[in-house]
Design a protein around this ligand. Sequence first.
Ligand SMILES: Nc1ncnc2c1ncn2[C@@H]1O[C@H](COP(=O)(O)OP(=O)(O)O)[C@@H](O)[C@H]1O
Ligand SMILES: [Mg+2]
Length: 145
Amino acid sequence: MKGVFEVASVEETWALAKELAKELKPGDVVCLEGDLGAGKTTFVQGLADALGVPGRVTSPTFCIVQEHQSPGVLLVHMDLYRLHGEEDVEALGWEDYVARGAILAIEWPERAGTLIPQNARRIAFRHLGEENRKITIDTEDRIAV
Ligand SMILES: Nc1ncnc2c1ncn2[C@@H]1O[C@H](COP(=O)(O)OP(=O)(O)O)[C@@H](O)[C@H]1O
Ligand SMILES: [Mg+2]
């Protein structure tokens, strides 16, 4: 799936994430772009649920990386906001996660520089209103959404 989507609730954001999750396979990288509160972590909750991760996914801002093991796959959720560059991200064990075939869901992916593969999925979030969000998936206009 790709395109521009408008959602009007957290539930609709989760539903969109669940659709995307159907396309994911081990080793995929999902980049989540957008301002604080735009819905990046909420989207990861939907991914995690669809992938069979038990429990609730919370914001990793203060611990940077959270590993969520589901029966089928390891989902690794990173919030790189507080990091400064590629070396910091490598130090988190990036290559090890890739080698293990984890699905990587990355907030503030620009911090990871060239570690982000060309074929990464690109999801961008923008506030439209209190519960309304514009979510673009793999579109070129993601900067200008
Ligand atoms: N449609 C929506 N999608 C996602 N979050 C929403 C939506 N409507 C309201 N919210 C609220 O906006 C906030 C989004 O926070 P979060 O997902 O942590 O954002 P981010 O990770 O981008 O900083 C949450 O408090 C959530 O309840
Ligand atoms: Mg977040």
